[in-house]
Design a protein around this ligand. Structure first.
Ligand code: NDP
Ligand code: 2IT
Length: 447
């Protein structure tokens, strides 16, 4: 396969989709060798079929705000690939959402879900609607209008949405409620549901906890303990908060958080009480990290409109906000300060230049599709519980999550270990994920 020609062709066909092209380029470059090892792949033109989504559904969402004004947003669902299971992936509500971002996320999700060991294909959806600053009733009306269009396209064995940026328990509840009303079915078509109506214990925690479990597996390969290590976290949403909660419980120091307005840095690490305060500001009041900085001027510095990376001295970085939030200069600053491990909670948070820096420096670097797969894994466990109409205990789900993260780590090592012993987790994750989906696509024929 000629990687350059393949990518040039995609660039011509999808010129306005930089995030999608970025995600595809990373995967295609890293699996080129294994792709060429099996001529059947090229005979089936498998790569092109795997990179272009099965289908994209786009629609207008009209809703009425609290002032009686009619508002219009765009709605999308990208059903990328369902070779190994029903389409599965989150819904993102954020003003930045566009087709390129959702296509990159659905593409990544296909590979991530393949690594989880569970039967799930890849999808992503969302809207350029932002829940921030909206009342509960506005969010509810928007979610109902969104699902009014989407409900025909999804189902427990067809496509199962969940949360992502801007979509948490509240939004999933409203969407699931309307889905039920339209279908008159109580099935597990959404995951991340409330515990009282089919949700799984540990699903809210799963992405953050799973990332820490993955990190522990990586550290173990070099005999390093997490205790006492300084960890820079970005974001302050679902993933960031539960990452920090697990880190604190294991004796690590969490030295930063951020949101779209700026970052807070706490050089000595947040205490448990301070973490509880941040958790409350973010989850109870939907507030800003700057509010915490205002209350703690002695221990915490606020950097307005800046990301944390150039302002923290840390051993480990866990970017958990959004795509391309850590660039080449940030990576060099982190390395300079002694950072020796990066485990991505967000999807594609590091730019290609940053990834290159981490890999050149031979530090432990785990891409999001491996490290943050805990969230969708527990979504898969929620689907399993829903179809059996049972509820597993928190211990049971947590134990399965640990096992899955260990399994994903082993797959990365199996396919990513180099002669000198260095593990290229990017190549490992992409290759393991690709081979499973590719085998399934070949076995099921061209469609
Ligand atoms: P949340 O909406 O709960 O939190 C997102 C956080 O990131 C917020 O602190 C938000 O700040 C910040 N953020 C969002 N967009 C930007 C931006 N453009 N610039 C700077 N900061 C930004 O989302 P999640 O925690 O669920 O998601 C975070 C990341 O993790 C995403 O990349 C998501 O795709 C990924 N992920 C999520 C999973 C899940 O289960 N939820 C699973 C796997 C990956 P603000 O409050 O100001 O908007
Ligand atoms: O990026 C992701 O893996 C998610 N947002 C979670 C998807 C899911 O279906 O739980």
């Amino acid at each position: 396969m000629n990687v350059k020609l393949f990518l040039d062709d995609l660039r011509v066909r999808f010129p306005n989709e930089p995030e999608y092209l970025q995600a595809v380029e990373e995967v295609v470059t890293s699996i080129a060798d294994v792709y060429d090892t099996y001529p059947v792949f090229e005979r089936y033109n498998l790569l092109e079929r795997l990179c272009i989504p099965d289908r994209v559904i786009m629609f207008r969402v009209s809703w009425v705000d609290d002032n009686g004004k009619v508002r219009n947003n765009m709605g999308y669902r990208v059903q990328h690939n369902y070779a190994i299971g029903p389409y599965k992936g989150g819904i993102r509500f954020h003003s930045s959402v566009n087709l390129s971002i959702l296509k990159f996320l659905a593409f990544e999700q296909t590979f991530k879900n393949s690594l989880t060991t569970l039967a799930m294909g890849g999808a992503k959806g969302g809207s350029d609607f932002s829940p921030r600053g909206k009342s509960d009733m506005e969010v509810m009306r928007f979610c109902q209008a969104f699902v009014n269009e989407l409900w025909r396209q999804i189902g427990p064995d067809t496509d199962v949405p969940a949360g992502d940026i801007g979509v948490g328990g509240r939004e999933v509840g409203y969407m699931y409620g309307w889905y039920k009303k339209m279908t008159r079915e109580f099935t597990g078509t959404f995951t991340g549901k409330g515990l009282d109506f089919g949700g799984s214990l540990i699903r809210p925690e799963a992405t953050g906890y799973g990332n820490v479990y993955f990190l522990l597996n990586m550290l173990a390969t070099r005999g390093i303990s997490l205790e006492g290590k300084k960890v820079a976290v970005s974001g302050s949403g679902n993933v960031a908060l539960y990452t920090a909660q697990k880190l604190l419980s294991l004796g690590a120091k969490v030295v930063s958080f951020s949101d779209s307005d700026g970052s807070i840095v706490i050089p000595e690490g947040v205490s448990q009480e301070q973490f509880d305060e941040i958790f409350e500001i973010k989850t109870l009041y939907r507030g800003r990290v700057s509010e915490f900085a205002e209350r703690h001027p002695d221990t915490c510095t606020y950097y307005r409109r800046e990301r944390p990376w150039r302002h923290v001295a840390c051993d480990i970085a866990m970017p958990s906000a959004t795509q391309n939030e850590l660039d080449g200069d940030d990576a060099r600053a982190l390395l300079q300060a002694g950072c020796f491990a990066v485990s991505e909670g967000a999807n594609m948070p590091s730019t290609p230049e940053a990834v290159d820096e981490f890999q050149k420096a031979r530090i432990l670097y785990a891409p999001g599709k491996a490290a943050n797969a805990g969230g969708v894994s527990v979504s898969g466990l929620e689907m399993a519980q829903n179809s059996q109409k049972v509820r597993w205990t928190a211990e049971d789900v947590d134990c399965r999550l640990r096992d899955i993260m260990a399994d994903i780590h082993s797959q990365c090592v199996e396919y990513g270990k180099e002669d000198g012993g260095y593990v290229d987790y990017v190549r490992g994750a992409n290759t393991a994920a690709f081979l499973k989906v590719a085998r399934a696509m070949i076995a099921q024929g061209i469609m």
